[in-house]
Design a protein around this ligand. Sequence first.
Ligand code: SF4
Length: 330
Amino acid sequence: MPLRVVAQARPSGTPVAASVLQRGALAGLSRSRPRTPHAGWGSSLRRTFVAPVAHEEPPHHHPELLARYAVELPHYEPRDNSDIPEVFGNVHSTESFSAVDGPGVRFLIFVQGCAMRCLFCSNPDTWALKGGTPTSSKEMAQQIRRVRNYLKPRGGVTISGGEAMLQPHFVSAVFQEVHAMGLNTTVDTTGQGTKHGNWDVVLPHTDLVLFCIKHMDPLKYEALTGLKQRGALKFAEQMAERKIPFYLRYVLIPGYTDAPRDIDKLVEWCKQQPTFQGIELLPYHVLGRNKWEVMGIPYPLDGVTTPPHAAVQDVIRAFNQQDVAVICAG
Ligand code: SF4
């Protein structure tokens, strides 16, 4: 997932297969080279930003600019959960209360494993598919049950990663447990996997998607993530077909994802999506960089800086002028 840094300590006893992680990570990086789509792209590696001349900010057009996740999700009546199967998954970590990963207060589960190798990844320690703590969906439900009263009325459970879609049966079982508790479900995903193997398993139990599209340009998408963009677009078709609302998460990286043409393309695409709710803009940061160092992997965005406030405002304005709601983290 995009730029979240998993801050809490790994549970004691968690197997840390550092050498496996490192091998997997390096293999992933070398597999995906060469990744620069054309000369000049990403040239901000050494660019210095000059703050634009101060000018009066026009008012934002969209009333929902500051509304975090205004979408209303379905309400569920608590029910007996004995018919829900028990499934084991590999969990990286959990967070009991999050206010930034879907509506209301949310219990957050980070699952282990991701097939992407995003150049800006804050959590390369979630890449290896075989790491994490083997956890039963019933055990996870027990943990959620302890805090469920704090998650009401709007909150629920968000499963992120790594890539949540890569453990579809575990995610599906946990989501069914969550619904049985009377809470709603959100998946934070890049749409990895396939319709039959992954999305058909998870989406029937999903109320909201935080869909992280890495880039609207197919070549740049691949260069940034190591995977092709067409899978993500197919996943978006599934959300539309099933009428599942989604917020688009977009990481703003100077020199990589901030070109006005790419932003325009993104706006255009979003407006064509029938269940699109708004964009969550995530300005690039370097907080996860130390994890790359610990794992012995060269950090690919060395020299790239957090976008200046004014540049972020420009992008927000571009969205708002098109009447697209923006949530901006940071
Ligand atoms: S590599 Fe995977 S976990 Fe890291 S940002 Fe990309 S999708 Fe998220």
